[in-house]
Design a protein around this ligand. Structure first.
Ligand code: OMP
Length: 277
């Protein structure tokens, strides 16, 4: 379990607010790993070893594991067990359903006795409302990371619809901030939407934002920091493909470490500029 205070301490200590996304596709990992009993776990293990001093969070994306059935679930459980406990470990599941179903999703990802996994945080869709988010909040100390303004091109389809209280994504943030404090609630905001961060901070001055979309999706880290950083940093920036697939050869873990280091150094510079470290 990682509290807000511990998260901020980690950021200052590691001079990083990087989240490494474990979107591990068995079709994309180096061929030599196929000799191992669980190639996906072996890949993740080496990526974690190479990056753990450079990041403060990991985010396995559930889809990549679920797509492989029972074997994938085992890789996810083994990966969770291997994740450094001082990192904020996020399951990117993007769940959302009525209460009794959400109770089961929460059990699947938060209750180690039931499922073999207990992540610190889960990504959740806000579409079905408060009663569908409460299941996750009922686990003391666990974080909900609610989709607000996503990096996808399709974010314009619903998230920018006008409501009485502004854009739908603004309403989502305002309302969800009445459900839990900034010590339990984060929002997803895509790095591709960097110019929106000033506006988002009006509604979410203290919340940490999970920011995917740098690297493969072309988001700009410097702009994200310029408009979105708070006195506590307030940002967890995710990169998946650009780090984990930096090389497809024997040196893949080394290459991932080098890519993570590049981002960490940029982050260190931003934290210094903001006077946080
Ligand atoms: O919730 C997310 O993590 C997420 C939200 C969003 O708006 N955009 C987005 O790309 N993501 C996730 O962030 C990761 C981005 O991966 P890369 O584009 O490879 O760095 C993927 O796991 C996506 O599912």
């Amino acid at each position: 379990m990682i509290s807000r205070k511990q998260l901020i301490e980690q950021i200052k200590q590691k001079k990083s607010f990087l989240c490494v996304g474990l979107d591990t596709d068995i079709e994309k990992i180096p061929a030599f790993l196929k000799e191992y009993p669980d190639p996906v776990f072996e890949f993740n293990k080496r990526i974690i070893d190479a990056t753990q001093d450079l990041c403060i969070s990991y985010k396995p994306n559930a889809a990549f594991y679920e797509a492989r059935g029972i074997k994938g679930l085992q890789s996810l459980i083994d990966t969770w067990k291997y994740l450094p406990q001082d990192c904020l470990n996020i399951i990117d599941a993007k769940r959302g359903d009525i209460g009794n179903t959400s109770d089961m999703y929460a059990k699947a990802f938060f209750n180690e006795d039931a499922s073999g996994m207990s992540f610190d945080a889960i990504t959740v869709s806000p579409y079905m409302g408060q009663d569908t988010v409460n299941s996750y909040l009922s686990y003391p100390g666990k974080w909900v990371i609610l989709l607000a303004l996503t990096s996808s091109a399709g974010s314009k389809d619903f998230q920018y619809l006008e409501t009485n209280q502004g854009f739908l994504y603004e309403t989502v943030i305002q309302k969800a901030n009445t459900w839990a404090g900034a010590d339990r609630m984060m929002f997803v905001v895509g790095a591709t939407k960097s110019t929106e961060f000033t506006n988002i901070r009006k509604f979410a001055p203290d919340n940490f934002l999970l920011v995917p979309g740098v690297g493969a999706q072309g988001g700009n880290l410097e702009e994200v920091c310029r408009y979105g950083m708070t006195k506590d940093c307030g940002l967890i920036v995710n990169a998946s493909r650009s780090i984990i697939y930096a090389s497809n050869g024997k040196d893949f873990a080394e290459a991932a470490g080098a890519e993570a280091l590049k981002i960490q150094l940029q982050m260190e510079n931003e934290l210094e500029k903001a006077g946080i470290i």
